[in-house]
Design a protein around this ligand. Structure first.
Ligand code: GDP
Length: 502
């Protein structure tokens, strides 16, 4: 039978936790499906509508072009280990300090800004290597505008160089190559360029748009040219952002300071962050108590492309988390509790998988047990020596009694199955005993009073004297190793018992 099951769900009671009933339905559905019934689930559509409302509330539609103003580029430095990423970042930071503009001790907040002579700025992410880049990308964050690929001129293109090119290409971020360590005697700029071209980078001198700059991060040579190249590339990219309205930003780094508590560095991407702003990131939120620039100096506002250290987090957000400003604290709580519940929904999904597995295990177990039970049933017949199901009594007609022995379980089973389907209107077939193994003395002794034939399928006698015993007791032993031959014989034995037809 196929049952049609209809489950109606009223999720109005779970308005704030709609997945609850969905998951209950899924579990029911799964169990019903396993039982072979058909199942239709009908639920109110409020669940989806409700999710959508909350999710969309924090993400605004893209800014209008007319509201956007130019912003400076955000640069990530990538490349093979030991090719000089850290040294380059240090030197770039140093450039700024030498400029005398800030003069303070630089502190590491995950990003810093370099000011050019013409007043233009560049923000560098201070975490070299593609681990940080991939961490950001895996969260869908698009913070980097330009990748500076550091390649040591003595080493050339190496494994992580290739990896960095791949990542930048995937993210569709333009590359500028800094050919580093040109102060070294082993440096071979031409060879390095050839290796880069072999990786598919079309360099400027070959008519492409990938610029290369020869630098020595250690000696500080070529850095000015590198900065100018970045600036030119940024001009080409025509980077813009809307400095007004609610803030959107990305977390670059998070840490706990013994004096100032939970801190995170963010790059602002939209809007202007101010003291007192309320922001959410993942399931963390903050009322911005104070903000600091990369010099550790307090600032009052942070426009797009600015790296800023935010103080005031209740929990630490993770690197790569998107920051959204919300209007009120109440709204922050609402968004966070929704996100937390989404997390528990993910957990519920995992639980559901476990439940499904359990249902499957249970069914498997049940089948095994059922099989065992059936075998046990046959075992019982075996012990009694009588298997009633093959005995089809026909009151008037003659009766052929048999015993079947086979070499293995499987062959005996097969013989019994054929016997079960074996029907004769005129003659009763009486299986008085069956089993696995050779024919024994007790088989013969059992056969004698019934006048039964003993069929041996692929199995002989236990001892030679069993055949003698059978002879002396006038019990027939018939040996076969092909099933249909055995049944041919069985049929002819039955026919022998029938009265001759005209
Ligand atoms: P990273 O692993 O890419 O961050 O590489 P590091 O910045 O730690 O540099 C690795 C080694 O190369 C260090 O010993 C640096 O002093 C050295 N190095 C970096 N840049 C230069 C350079 O321009 N010239 C020379 N001669 N050595 C450099």
């Amino acid at each position: 039978h196929i049952f049609e099951v209809m489950i109606y769900v009223d999720n109005s009671a779970d308005y704030d936790q709609p997945w609850k009933c969905i998951d209950n339905i899924k579990v029911i559905q799964e169990i019903v499906k396993k039982s072979g019934m058909r199942c239709t689930i009908t639920a109110e559509p409020t669940i989806e509508t409700h999710n959508k409302e909350i999710k969309d509330a924090v993400r605004r539609p893209p800014a209008k072009a007319s509201d956007c103003v130019p912003r400076h580029p955000v640069v990530t430095i990538m490349g093979h280990v030991d090719h000089g990423k850290t040294t380059l970042l240090d030197s770039l930071r140093h450039t700024r300090v030498v400029d005398g503009e800030f003069g303070g001790i630089t502190q590491h907040i995950g990003a810093f800004e370099v000011c050019l002579d013409n007043g233009e700025m560049i923000t560098f992410l201070d975490t070299p290597g593609h681990a940080a880049f991939t961490a950001m990308r895996s969260r869908g964050a698009h913070v980097t505008d330009i990748v500076v690929l550091v390649v040591a001129a003595d080493d050339g293109v190496m494994e992580q160089t290739r990896e960095s090119i791949r990542l930048a290409n995937e993210a569709k971020v333009p590359i500028i190559v800094a050919i580093n360590k040109v102060d070294k005697r082993e440096a071979d700029i031409a060879r390095t360029k050839n290796m880069l071209m072999a990786q598919g980078l079309v360099l400027e001198e070959a008519g492409g748009d990938v610029q290369t700059v020869a630098v020595s991060a250690l000696k500080g040579t070529g850095l000015q040219e590198l900065i100018e190249t970045i600036n030119t590339q940024a001009t080409l990219l025509d980077l813009k952002a809307d400095p007004k309205g609610l803030v959107e930003a990305t977390v670059i780094e998070s840490r706990t300071d013994p004096f100032r508590g939970k801190l995170s560095t963010a790059i602002i991407q939209r809007g202007t962050l101010r003291k007192g702003s309320i922001v959410v990131a993942g399931t963390a939120w903050a009322k911005v108590r104070s903000m600091f620039d990369d010099q550790g100096k307090p600032i009052q506002q942070a426009p797009p492309s600015t790296p800023v250290e935010i103080v005031g987090w209740k929990d630490l957000p993770s690197a790569g988390d998107e920051i959204f400003e919300v209007e009120t604290e109440r709204r922050a709580h609402e968004v966070i509790s929704f996100r937390q519940s989404l997390k528990s929904k993910e957990k519920l999904d995992d639980d559901l998988v476990v439940i499904q597995q359990k249902v499957e295990e249970h069914l498997k177990d049940y089948k095994v047990k059922l099989g065992e039970k059936q075998r046990m049933g046959r075992m019982r017949y075996k012990i009694r020596g009588i298997r009633p199901r093959a005995t089809k009594e026909i009151s008037a007609g003659p009766k052929l009694s048999i015993i079947i022995k086979g070499d293995v379980d499987g062959s005996v089973e097969a013989l019994l199955d054929v016997l079960d389907s074996y029907q004769s209107e005129k003659c009763t077939l009486d299986l008085i005993h069956y089993g696995v193994g050779p024919i024994t003395e007790s088989d013969i002794k059992l056969a004698e009073p019934f006048n039964a034939i003993v069929y041996a399928f692929n199995t002989g006698v236990a001892q030679p004297n069993v055949r003698q015993l059978a002879k002396s007791h006038k019990v027939q032993i018939k040996d076969y190793n092909i099933i249909y031959r055995l049944f041919d014989d069985l049929r002819s034995e039955m026919e022998k018992l029938l009265p001759p037809t005209e």
